[in-house]
Design a protein around this ligand. Sequence first.
Ligand code: ATP
Length: 564
Amino acid sequence: MSEATIDLSAVGNLLVIAPPGCGKTELLARRAEAIIPMLMPNQRILALTFSNKAKANLNSRLLSVLGTERKRRYVSVHNFHGHAAEIVRSHGWTAGIDPLGAMPDKHTQAVAVEPFLEGLAGDAYYAMKDRIEEELREAKRGAWNDQEVLDRLSDGDARSLAVETARQANGTYFYDDLLRHSQRLLRVPEIARLYQSHYAAVLVDEFQDLSPQQLEIALRSSSKSRTFVGDPMQGIYSWTGAKPVHVERVLRLITGEAHGLGVSYRSSPAVLQVLAAVARPLGGQLLDPHDPDGWFEGGIAAGGMYPTAEAEANFVLHASAEILARRPNDTIGVICRNGWRRKQIDSAFAESDLPCIRWDLTVDDARIVEMLQDAAARLGGNPELQALSAEARRVLDPSDIDTSAELTDAVAQIEGLVEQSGSVGAALAQLRVSNDVSEVISPGVHLLNAHTGKGQQFDWVFIPGFEHGNIPSYKAKKAADIEEEQRVLLVMLSRARHGVVLTRANKLVSKAGNSYSPSQSRWAVTVRDALRANSAEFLAHVSRIPVECEVAQSEVSTHARIVG
Ligand SMILES: Nc1ncnc2c1ncn2[C@@H]1O[C@H](COP(=O)(O)OP(=O)(O)OP(=O)(O)O)[C@@H](O)[C@H]1O
């Protein structure tokens, strides 16, 4: 089915379930366009996302469909944390919640737990840390007040209860507190009515990542028109409380029927063959490419094996350089399942002069760097770090707690750079970022981990470390965890447009410094037939790509792609 067969202007609820690259995010932008003429004066559309990267992705689709003015006037895009923070800040007193309590960042809970792990080391330390985090999450996954949270924790480990008791005494919030408090507040009919009359519609991408609590927050924030799109086969957030089966069941009850989309607008035939091999055992099937003849040699899917992780990293670096030499505007994602398996890749790219962005370094984020550079300029160019941080936050929406957390991270990273460069001004000047902050993914190489790549796309994708222990992660023990790892692999592969390369190393060195030989990933056999090329054939394919080639821009696509 294509988007054209779905009536986007129909009043009411809409559920769309479709595989990667079929245009679900794009459909949300078109749904917004169809709803705007039905808005009453002062009404807006609320779009909810899970991270700043996803927010930037949806924002750019909305901008390309609606244009700047209609987007600004009619659509608010918030992350769940930001939406929850806004509800707590605006209405907290109604339920005895301090709206001025300290808002969390991604380190707040970990820092609060740390003192309670004293005396533990090695595996015992990590096991207890995981247990406390899990017990806190469980105790807060409903609309419970502070006393009820303490009661729920009283059956668990004494350390979990102690962490929560200290948090309540200090008046700080963790992310999960914002969610449960906003859930509680939205259960107050008068508060829910305020949001429902302001937001005539709600749009949610990646519904499979919702916890029941987030689902309730989305449903209570807007009552007349709710649009949810997603793909249960890309559900990779069960460890944060996502419940795709439950959420889909509730959504089907609300929406009546689910629509599907069955054509890939993203990936080449070669990439789609690999996706089909991984998706089939999960219940998926081969997707047709929208324009099968529009890809140079049909795209490419390759596999390679290297003696060491260093040799593997050198191949990825060399291949990226070859691609960018011919196609400087292409985007390349090097996606690792786990951060630890990216070490050699990071070092290889750090020493090269290829344009390269590390997604876990906030000082590589053009938007954050621009905010800091603007703040520095307002303060005369070379401020103290604390003043810089305060000035950047001064112009930030106080509910945008994810950006606030990114600013905290960036300032900490700049502190390290100041030691080398001598001053804050000099450190800011040396930051390498793309020229265009509106680009969600700038040309060049992007180094990232599997979960952060959700919903994004690159012309080329490299997946290093296709070994047991990494893919699947050594932490996955139960059958359900292994199945989730298979979905993680599907998510990584499906970020690719033209080409995808899976590589592995024969020898790795453990944290303790011992050399070992990892076995291949359990899915190496699954994809073997679909990976038609080896590394040499991959490089030969790249070398045949015409340097001066026509660039086709599909009507709605913002990315150029290679045409034959
Ligand atoms: N109807 C369409 N015509 C042409 N191109 C489209 C259409 N719909 C989507 N695209 C393009 O296809 C690509 C993938 O679309 P999109 O990201 O919306 O897919 P998705 O289903 O949300 O993928 P994922 O599940 O991975 O998040 C984008 O480049 C988008 O611009």
